[in-house]
Design a protein around this ligand. Sequence first.
Ligand code: ADP
Ligand code: TRP
Length: 321
Amino acid sequence: MRILSGIQPSGALHLGNYFGMMKPAIELQVQGEALYFIADYHSMTSLFEPEVRRRNSLDVALDFLACGLDPERTLFFRQSDVPEVTELTWLLSTVTPMGLLERCTSYKDKIAKGIAASHGLFSYPVLMAADILIYDSNVVPVGRDQKQHVEVTRDIAIKFNEIYGETFVLPEPRIREEVAVVPGLDGQKMSKSYGNTIEIFGEEKAVRKQIMSIVMDSRTPQEPKPDADQNLAIRLMKLVAAPDVAREFEDRLRAGGLGYGDLKKALFQQYWDCFAQARGKRAELAANLDYVDRVLRDGAGRARALARTVLDRARKHAGLA
Ligand code: ADP
Ligand code: TRP
């Protein structure tokens, strides 16, 4: 089984990225041949500062490796180190119906957030399809917001296969329903573009302050809270704490007697402990950038060889070779 996923280097990675995509992807590494990449071509649709892209790409590499991506097992690389994917994007775009892209909600969402409408932003699902199809990927672990793009990928692959003969493997999205949408500090979906994120490797004081500022209701600590499972701090606690610890806090909140201040303090502590080991690993990696660079170069070399095979197959079927 080939497992593939990518993440854009568009800012500091947060708990939504971690629980929605990175953790499932890291856990899947042992079940097959995994390829994970830093989607720097994709970031060009919304980020126009070269130095920021470079720095973010390095940060994503450090974050992913610190969180447990195992480069002995998994190919880890920068998308742009496999330029074959842009050629495949062209081949795919010629069989992609306009209507298919027009139905993608992410384009409209991004425009609504103020990102400039460009051809690249509109056609980005075709690049994503090429990312997936060029490695004969079977499984794509992503958060729920990316499901539509994997479905588009399947449609494009089916279309190409119909026109030019069996060429591409059809991939399946893999979405963890329990963490499909991680809530942010304001209760909406956690997202960089909503400014409601908790960073995986946030600075201690800053994250403590963010968590302590989560707005709750005005019920007194003593009051029982039958809706304890809806409480934002409890929902986040369920992600970062051991199940029995999270359940204990939920029960105490439901019964009454647990104040919101104490709950938020506990949430911060659980968050901090959850990433303690990874934080140490990240600091080691940051002091050994040559190693990180080697990992990415080695990953790219091996990914490129796989990509070449599939691209050659597609070129041949399309009469280009
Ligand atoms: P953002 O919304 O912060 O820009 P991205 O769109 O770059 O995040 O998402 C990268 C990956 O993380 C995707 O697979 C996406 O589905 C996942 N992801 C992002 N935010 C969340 C969230 N709040 N809950 C679950 N998964 C998420
Ligand atoms: N579009 C994804 C996002 O914004 C990132 C991505 C690019 C991706 N190519 C991919 C994810 C291929 C999975 C597979 O989060």
